[in-house]
Design a binder for this molecule. Structure first.
Ligand code: HEC
Length: 158
């Protein structure tokens, strides 16, 4: 009995996720699009371990565009979550309230986590893709510009 109920629940959840994915596509494009980062300092092929563009106005502007075309359909317009996908403004709330070395090392950790999730995407426990990976379309510049935008939005909301 218990096993049966569990299977039914799992099925209902998969169904809901499927509908959610279809809904997200109907309301906005969720196919990864490259980001034009012309105007930003080029960073080369070796990944930096922290966002070099934090607080850079041009990067925030470019990141906002990149976010709008790639992430907003799921994570919400202006990075305000509608509840379908995690609230990205929560990523750095704690770090940005810190000072000095603790702040830098906290932000470095969230930068790395952000980079890994964005490049590889996410799968649920059944192996279904819940977020696409952007490794094939995003340059390092694109990833850090979008993170700079999210940090700027986090500060605005504080
Ligand atoms: C198709 C919908 C979808 C798109 C498009 C999408 N995401 Fe996600 N994202 C999700 C979901 C769902 C999760 C949670 C998945 C999980 O934890 O299993 C997630 C998780 C994340 C996380 C981890 C958040 C946390 O609190 O741990 C980050 C960071 C993230 N997404 C950033 C982005 C960025 C940046 C973009 C655009 C480049 C993007 N996502 C595009 C659906 C999406």
């Amino acid at each position: 009995m218990i096993g049966h109920g569990l299977r039914l629940r799992t099925f209902a959840v998969s169904l809901a996720l499927g509908l959610f994915a279809a809904g997200a596509m109907a309301h906005g494009d969720v196919t990864p699009h490259p980001v034009d980062t012309t105007g930003l300092k080029a960073l080369g092929d070796t990944w930096l371990d922290a966002d070099p563009y934090r607080g850079n106005a041009k990067a925030v502007e470019i990141g906002a565009e990149g976010y709008k075309h790639n992430c907003a359909a799921c994570h919400g317009l202006n990075a305000v979550s509608g509840g379908m996908a995690p609230d990205l403004l929560a990523l750095d709330t704690d770090c940005l309230g810190m000072a000095g070395d603790s702040k830098a090392s906290c932000l470095k950790d969230t930068d790395e986590y952000f980079k890994d999730v964005v490049l590889n995407g996410k799968k649920n426990s059944e192996g279904r893709v819940t977020m696409p990976g952007y490794e094939s379309v995003f340059t390092q510049e694109a990833v850090w510009a979008i993170k700079a935008y999210i940090d700027a939005r986090t500060l605005e909301e504080q």
